[in-house]
Design a protein around this ligand. Sequence first.
Ligand SMILES: [Zn+2]
Length: 97
Amino acid sequence: MSHQWLYPIFRVDGYRPTKFQTDEQCLRLHLEPQPHKVCCPQCGSRDVIRRGEQVRVLRNLPVGGIVSLLLVKIPRAECRVCGVVEIGKQNGPTWGE
Ligand SMILES: [Zn+2]
């Protein structure tokens, strides 16, 4: 069964859903960054080289009384402009309006 209808509900700017899991107690949505949205956490440049990622678990609002979690791959990037290599706070998800 497709869960694509759920994705607009969890609209997260710069990220796309890759997997949806649910059971009686928890709903999990896996997100990964859209490649063209990855940028340097220091200077904001999009001229970066991806150097891995880290998965963060974010607790979201409950859906129908069930806990919902976002499992987000936060990219680690090396900036070609300023040379910074890190997992950036700015590379984390932001929620759309
Ligand atoms: Zn930079």
